[in-house]
Design a protein around this ligand. Sequence first.
Ligand code: BES
Ligand code: MN
Ligand code: ZN
Length: 499
Amino acid sequence: MTQELRIEFRARALPSSGTLVVLAADGVALGAGGQEVDTATDGLLTAAAEGQGFKGKRGSTLKLVMPRGLEAGAVLMVGLGEADGLGENDWVKLGGSIAGALPSGPASDVTLFAETPAGALSAAQAAQMAMGMRLRAYTFDLYKSKKADDDTPSARTVVIAVDDVAAAEAAWAEMSGITDGVIIARDLVNEPANVLGPEEFAARAAALSELGVAVSVLDQPAIEALEMRALLGVAQGSVRPPRVVVMEWNGGAEGTAPVALVGKGVVFDTGGISIKPAGGMEDMKGDMGGAAAVVGAMHAIAARKAKANVVGIIGLVENMPDGNAQRPGDIVKSKSGQFIEIINTDAEGRLVLGDLLTHIIETKSPSVVIDLATLTGAIIVALGHFYAGMYATKDETAAKLAAAGEATGDWVWRMPLGPDYDKMIDSKFADFKNTGGGRAGGSITAAQFLKRFVGDSDWVHIDLAGTAMNAPATDISRTFGSGYGVRLLDRFVADNFEG
Ligand code: BES
Ligand code: MN
Ligand code: ZN
């Protein structure tokens, strides 16, 4: 939230102060700007690289202070590695490495010569680096009395030197909105559950209306009227009533069926009566990572005025044990009319999502429906923290999402569905039950549960339990909430639904 970077684009010129960032490819190959700096300093860059063993390896850095012959206070050399064929996400990650290597302390502004030995970066590449810098600079220190940026200017300016300033500004106008979407999702995941209950989360989603998104917030009586009893069953142990939020962006042709995004928003998951062990339970404040990704993606899509129709829906509940809480053995009638036997109250996310899926398919007839949820620990066992699990009814849609994941670094890995797994959730007493019995295939049986609510829809389920929260630090993500899924969804829409 703090340590914001302000991004500006200008034509290349040697700065009169601050830190100058120079990119160097393998073999310390410099672009025109880098060569100018090397000449102005009487060969300092090449000499220092030689002396320090800096070879231009991707993401490596070398810092030179008080370089003679320059007005800048420091030069930061950053390695590009093999500069040809760097992809979009490589530029984002490089921006992250740069932001991570900037000197702390009151060292003021930064100038970045955005170039390779082959010439200036494209407008898109420059904007990608800017995105990486802002994502890396993100911190969440609302509740730290001493802020990370107490010693540094709170809004330091990064000037990116490019050939075509207007084109870079136009590219950044899009990319900065997407970046904001990622940061919104991170903030939501990082907030503690006492601050961010269902009502407070809904209020943050409602802020999307400032961008022209039509937002409607359903309160408990409205949710009851819609007969979402599976969702309500999860919420009934909490003193904080649930909310369902529907967000509509109509940037596409009138009458075109929308893309539907559905998010699990369990603001805190104690497990309910099937209570979780104490160790690590605090992480369950992030059990709304799916809903956060949907809100962040809606922001990104609206901010760049996407020419597509997209509808988001999130179910916001708190899963608590209480005198009024749902019990194992309870049978609830879902909005779809199907009866569900509750075996484990900790398998709550699927109960929320089932009703949301029924509602959005009934009311919006979407062309494709994608749900996102921190649904199972089992997906972390299967895939760890780098890929989210993806389940899909249609190969073509799965391939499109996989491509969006490759482009953005929000990777998805397809998992299987099938009748043998489906049988595992058959129930003795009801139409089906909310767990697969044992632990075998826990993420798959959860997906099979959801599939029972989608009819013959083109449907995708993304289990982001391992990627949206508590994921390992990367070049662009350093906090508990990663913002995973925002760039994935935005790209999926951009590449497939905007004509
Ligand atoms: N929110 C959890 C899944 C989760 C686990 C998310 C770890 C992030 C990190 C979900 O509601 C849950 O409790 N799932 C159970 C299902 C089980 C009871 C069938 C699980 O994964 O253990
Ligand atoms: Mn749970
Ligand atoms: Zn949960």
